[in-house]
Design a protein around this ligand. Sequence first.
Ligand code: PHE
Ligand code: ZN
Length: 879
Amino acid sequence: MRTSQPQTIFLKDYRVPAFLVDHVDLRFELFEDGARVHCTLAMRRNPDSDSSDKSLELDGDSLTTLESVSLDGNPLEGSAYEDRDDKLTLHEVPDQFNLGIVTWIEPQNNTRLEGLYKSSGMFCTQCEAEGFRCITYFPDRPDVMARFRTRVEADKTRYPILLSNGNDVEKGDLADGRHFVTWEDPFPKPCYLFALVAGDLVEKRDSFKTMSARDIDLRMYVEPRNAEKCDHAMDSLKRAMRWDEEVYGREYDLDIFMIVAVDDFNMGAMENKGLNIFNSSCVLASQETATDMAFQRIESIVAHEYFHNWSGNRVTCRDWFQLSLKEGFTVFRDSCFSADVGSPTVKRIEDATMLRTAQFAEDAGPMAHPVRPESYMEITNFYTLTIYEKGSEVVGMIHTLLGADLFRKGSDLYFERHDGQAVTTDDFVRAMEDASGRDLSQFRLWYEQSGTPELTVRDEFDDAAGIYRLTIDQSIPDTPGQTNKKPQHIPFAIGLLSADGQPLPLKLTADDAEAPMDCVLELTDASHTFEFHGLSERPVPSLLRGFSAPVRVFYPWTREQLTFLMSHDPDGFNRWDAGQRLAVDVINSLVSSTGENVDAGLVEAYRSLLADSSLDQALVAKMLQLPSEAYLIELADQPNVPAIHRARERVLEHLARSLRDELLACYHRNTLSGPYEVTPEAVARRSLRNTALAWLLHVDDEEGRTLAISQFNESDNMTDRMGALRALVNSGYEKEQEQALADFYRQWKDDPQVVEQWFAVQSGSSRTGGLRKIHELMEHSAFDWKNPNKIRSVIGVFAGQNLPAFHAEDGAGYQFLAEQVRKLDDSNPQIAARLVSPLTRWRKFAPVHGDQMKSALETIRDKSGLSRDVYEVVHKSLA
Ligand code: PHE
Ligand code: ZN
């Protein structure tokens, strides 16, 4: 627990490490009442350091007992070192030496889930970002890379499986029913990639032949009850391994690749070298227990962690300010992978939705920070949408500007130049520049400036000359610590359409013979005007195609133009986007004038979407999703949450009633027979069918009710079962709803991943998930304060998705969240700090809400002994 005020750490203070570690020898003795860690470090002075300090400083955190320290085999007297304030300082060390440290730690009491801890009876580790220092004293920073040898000792019956990074080189039995396995990792790595697992797990094996014909042993380790839920992750892994060879020329380097599933995990998954550890909910799946969305999420996370082996492990980060070096690039890689194995347009829509809803909000709030931050208090707070998703967009823009071939040349150069090194985002950009010959100096501002650029687009048509002029102004709003920003280098993809919906050639000069039908304009100045020649009529512009940059675009679209683009734009993403803009416009006009009717144009647009089965059904399924409340709130100034909720509900009801026949037809047309498959087509059809069902039940349609009940009872997969359950939960059919929820729980109570979905469907529902319901769920025997997934599926989903209840007039939702944060801060500060996030945007709301959100934050601030994690978020939000 913290006693003094947390310190801010600055990028500008970076210094190379004074000492390097060549080799780490670890021996873990695991017991029920604790673990003894014997650590021997082969250290030497760093020739690149100009520090002449004779002393050595190591990081430590929550280490129960320091049992001994020795130098070159000689035990040190207590006067030779100082063990204080999370640091171990040796007053004087030679230029080269072996340092021996023995610590005693208590994994069984570790509720923070950082370092070594226990999760449902097994030992596991989480060392990123600074968890290794909870295991032993160490120079815990990513630019210290060492070879690790790890011996794990434990009771053989309780823990038959003992794992660490690399290859197992020795194993054997010990006295008292104990045994050991020794692992050796030949690749130098930062300690954040260290991992250890000990448990009673079943092993699932497969293999992969690499492009140079090496056979890799693939192993998954899970609790016996999950043995049947591994196939999808294993298949995803093999697809990812092949894809990385084909698209990036990257081959796996070790002989074994292992995946372990654990139930208690703060994040999604972790890319430890050769031993990835996953949150069970991000890796285990069967058709009966996981939805299509979960299948897709698992595939992308398995790929993400695998891709880190090159983008993160072989080439790692110099310091934590460079986090996006590995995360942004790896998210970009996993997004392209998902696009390639699924539907590219749908993937782009999903990424853009997340970015525009949540990352834009972050970038406009008090925690806004650049993709490469300048400072932080607690690095754990910087695993953000900005680092991950905006970071990925930034890499994606480099891809757009260079084209696929030069981008690949750049990534080849990057991996070759920096293999085995800890580097910076600037090194990444430089490799891209050197390989392509392009100047990315202005582009680098994407890493330095926070805030979402705003593009205002104006156009005019010169009838006589046949010239269409597009003027684009860019500006970036002020963000904490940053004002008067410079214009950025923005790739702006566009097309022009004729009145009859044909794409027009884009002639940038009058005699441009080979004009393309779409192009990427490069914006570099505060204002840019582009001229398009040879046009006989005023075109309709299709702007920011494929969401070519993470920016907001303002253009005075008419509803007619949007309806037109919805059905004619050759760019699938922009078709969808036009539909979203139209729906936003319609909903917003009902927010401001409640007497208004729902625009008939919107109904007709949806009618043709539902009727035309020749359209790409995956795209149609996305187009039928109305903009979320969270997105509508994000777009609004001083949003009136209840009014937004009511307006959106009204539109939904109106659509459901007006399109009843089409919805029923869509439902039946998309009923699948045959075995369950997760192909883009099948996913789209289930999604369409479940959307139709949800809309029908939204207006308590009797036929819909019958369909929902039989779908709930008869489905052979979780997507349809959950679709029916969700539709019932959001309907007025209380009896049926209670029945279905009870049946569902009875059937799945022993499966934590399904119980989490059962919690979430209730806490996220504006019909049933009021505060009273939330309290009831938290008192349920399946709720567990020690399990982050349970906290997320009840408290997180309530505050993030059940927006009318969270923003209830009386402020009870805010007070509730603050109370949970205060409580959780004592056991798991990392999760507590994440939960605060919905309160941090209090300035965005009208005082009736904002003031109450602010006072909720103050009650957190005033708690004594607040963790550094929560301290940073709360203080920055109130500043
Ligand atoms: N590095 C992990 C990933 O994105 C995320 C993570 C961060 C996991 C910190 C645990 C702790 O792949
Ligand atoms: Zn990652």
